[in-house]
Ligand binder design. Structure first.
Ligand code: SF4
Length: 226
């Protein structure tokens, strides 16, 4: 499977994101899920998927710590596209996490917090799925620079598809504006990348697009994409 996916991925370098999404739907059908954090890239993918199928499978990792604007956008998407978004939640509530570990775990140990609130729930959720789609773009981080368009995700043991791998942030917004796709209003307030409230701030002049995530820490990824 590895070799044939590698070949397919190379061929897809010249495909449109729309054709890649269609290919994924044709190949994986009901086993295909779009992971959405409701960032700008995910809004493009939601729009593309909803054009291709009346019953898209979309999920979000609801850590319980998302911005109110993000929760509002989830509802907007459900109404506009007439879809139901699956909320994947952590095993521990915030209160339970506080009791078992410590208050505001994200300050002292953000890796453990992400593990509990994002990675483990994702692992459980993807267990019986065939493929997932993500909004990864190669120019987001050095870790993401080598992302294939399609490949085997060894971390979660299923096929991973990144239809926007070749896109720039400008391409994303060009699409959102041209297709009048709703997006998180925080993007217009200096938040190009949006995660949980305690670990996201607006970027400052001269900072890179993801510098507002875990800003004063070494951490740059949740642990979902390796
Ligand atoms: S982004 Fe921050 S608050 Fe959210 S799960 Fe990770 S460490 Fe916890």
């Amino acid at each position: 499977m590895g070799e044939s996916l590698e070949l397919t991925s190379r061929q897809m370098e010249s495909w449109s994101a729309s054709d890649i999404v269609l290919w994924a739907l044709d190949h994986y059908g009901d086993g295909l899920w779009l992971a959405s954090s409701f960032g700008a890239e995910d809004m493009v993918l939601i729009d593309l998927m909803c054009q291709k199928t009346p019953h898209p499978h979309i999920f979000t990792l609801d850590t319980g710590l998302l911005f109110p604007e993000t929760y509002d956008l989830i509802k907007t998407v459900e109404e506009r596209y007439r879809v139901s978004i699956t909320r994947v939640v952590p095993e521990l509530t915030l209160e339970e996490q506080k009791a078992r570990f410590q208050d505001a775990l994200w300050q002292q140990n953000p890796d453990l917090c992400c593990q509990l609130r994002k990675v483990m729930p994702l692992e459980r959720f993807l267990q019986d799925k065939k493929a997932w789609i993500t909004g990864i773009r190669r120019d987001q981080t050095t870790v993401r620079a080598a992302s294939p368009i399609v490949g085997w995700d060894t971390r979660f043991q299923l096929v991973k598809i990144n239809p926007l791998a070749r896109w720039t942030y400008r391409d994303v917004f060009r699409y959102l504006v041209a297709h009048q796709v709703p997006y998180n209003p925080l993007h217009d307030q200096g938040y190009p990348s949006i995660g949980c409230v305690p670990c996201t701030r607006a970027i400052r002049p001269g900072e890179a697009l993801r510098d507002g995530r875990w800003a004063e820490k070494e951490k740059t990824e949740c642990g979902l994409h390796q």
